[in-house]
Design a protein around this ligand. Structure first.
Ligand code: NDP
Ligand code: A1CAB
Length: 276
């Protein structure tokens, strides 16, 4: 007998998924999930000011801000950490002891979620490339997360990209600083490369195009290649050539290394502050 095997990563989701906060990150994850085959009829979105995109999803069967609530299988908490203490209690009617509460809030410890919302909490830090299935998320489970809930968390996160699990929640501050915030550093690189091109005499539209395609092309090469980033960099650097001249600046005493170290330390410190 041949057994049919489903490719749907959401096959283990048999109840409702509630997304609280469909802003930039929650919206990106929802986009990734729907693109990956999540049945819109299983989704409830709680969002006081839904964007036009989120409002349009209601036509596909998503329930937006319903007046009735019942314990869900999964509640994804994607509100700003600063408003969690105020917004969290309203989520309680959606949560029973057996609800998986998947929080993506920066800085907010598992213990705060257990206090305010309850359920079985998994804390995760995704990033916005989740919208195109190219995110990376680091997750840490609370002690009462069952094997089935961990598998469901894995399936939800894998539908938006790669997943790493850690046991030590204290790592999440530095994780947030590297991969949660990281896409912004790369987009800033594209902005500043374009600006530097204009300063070097290029028309703005051409400089913007060159910077955007260079950053995205280099990212794609890094993604597909088995070579380390250092080797890929060396492959661009002809001895005594133009790249070497630029890298002497970027790898100098006040170059990328101390700058990124300071930036990541600042983001890590801010994540720790958000926990207070
Ligand atoms: N942006 C990113 O790249 C990443 C963000 N995160 C985390 O994701 C979370 C959301 O961040 P981000 O998407 O950037 O922020 P946004 O402000 O874009 O999203 C938060 C959303 O929650 C809405 N909201 C406000 N009050 C409530 C409520 N009571 N119930 C439900 N929703 C509510 C907000 O509406 P309104 O705007 O009207 O207040 C907003 O649309 C944060 O905790 C952040 O730490 C994690 C990883 C990456
Ligand atoms: O800026 C922030 O606080 C969130 C967390 C990681 C990315 N954005």
């Amino acid at each position: 007998m041949v057994t049919a095997v489903s490719n749907n990563p959401f096959q283990h989701l048999t109840g409702t998924l509630v997304l609280a906060g469909a802003g930039k990150m929650g919206g990106a994850m929802l986009t990734g999930w729907l693109a990956g085959g999540l049945d819109p009829a299983r989704v409830v979105v709680i969002e006081p000011m839904p964007s036009a995109e989120i409002t349009a999803l209601a036509a596909n069967g998503i329930r937006l801000n319903p007046s009735d609530a019942a314990p869900a299988e999964v509640v994804v908490v994607a509100v700003k950490p600063q408003m969690f203490r105020a917004a969290g209690p309203a989520l309680k009617p959606w949560v029973s002891e057996s609800t998986l509460v998947l929080s993506i809030m920066a800085g907010t410890p598992i213990m705060a979620l257990q206090e305010v919302v309850g359920g079985a909490v998994a804390r995760a830090m995704p990033n916005t490339p989740a919208a195109i299935g190219r995110g990376i998320t680091v997750a840490v489970p609370a002690g009462n997360v069952s094997a089935a809930q961990r598998a469901l968390t894995d399936a939800l996160l894998l539908a938006t990209g790669a997943v790493e699990w850690v046991d030590d929640e204290a790592l999440m501050d530095a994780v947030t600083a590297v991969s949660g915030s990281g896409p912004a550093y790369v987009f800033l690189l594209a902005e500043e490369l374009a600006r530097a091109g204009v300063a070097a005499g290029l028309p703005e539209a051409l400089a913007t195009r060159l910077a955007r395609d260079t950053v995205s092309g280099a990212g794609e090469l890094l993604h597909r290649s088995e070579l380390s980033s250092a080797t890929l960099r060396q492959n661009v650097t002809s001895p005594g050539g133009t790249t070497a001249a630029a890298l002497a600046v970027l790898m100098g005493a006040d170059g990328f290394q101390p700058l990124l170290e300071r930036a990541v330390a600042a983001a890590t410190a801010r994540s720790k502050e958000l926990a207070k």
